[in-house]
Design a protein around this ligand. Structure first.
Ligand code: FES
Ligand code: FES
Length: 169
């Protein structure tokens, strides 16, 4: 690969992570996955069409394949890795597992973040609002029924819970 390179730092999930001698044309998706070892955001279409690479950039859900990593040095980046791990799942992650909303799993990280984004902004969305919120996240496996069920379960749990949002019940 040819072109200018630069070393810089990215603020990812609260950590300052160094990126050394990277081509300035690399996407944030590429840098997260290939340089920083964070494979949660998935690489499917690489053209902003599928949502599998969703991450938060300054609290806004974006497609990481459409962002230049070198342009994100002043932003707070949050990936699905920052929402939980195998021992500490977020409520949305737990609901996806519990309802069987995960099949091949390729779409799952993006959908998890889309649902967190929706429910943090609209705690009690209508069915149409849920469908609109996840409309940019393509899933080839599930038919979406169990994904919608997972969202309903998180809504129900949160409405009856007193703990902070985004944490496991
Ligand atoms: S890989 Fe980024 S939107 Fe599909
Ligand atoms: S579970 Fe396979 S693409 Fe959604």
């Amino acid at each position: 690969m040819t072109g200018a390179t630069e070393s810089y730092e990215l603020d990812v999930d609260g950590r300052a992570l160094p990126v050394a001698a990277a081509w300035l044309g690399e996407s944030l998706l590429y840098v997260l996955r290939e340089r920083l070892g964070l494979p949660g955001a998935k690489n499917a279409c690489e053209q902003g069409e599928c949502g599998s690479c969703s991450i938060f950039l300054d609290d806004v859900l974006v497609n990481a394949c459409c962002v230049l990593a070198a342009d994100a040095t002043d932003a707070r980046i949050r990936t699905v890795e920052g929402f939980g791990d195998a021992d500490h799942l977020s409520d949305v992650q737990a609901a996806f597992l519990g309802t069987g909303a995960v099949q091949c799993g390729f779409c799952t990280p993006g959908l998890i973040l889309a649902v967190h984004d929706l429910l943090d902004q609209v705690p009690d969305p209508t069915g149409l609002e849920v469908r609109e919120a996840i409309s940019g996240n393509l899933c080839r496996c599930t038919g979406y029924g169990r994904i919608l069920q997972a969202v309903e379960e998180v809504k129900a749990t949160r409405s009856g819970a007193s703990g902070p949002r985004g944490e496991s019940p």
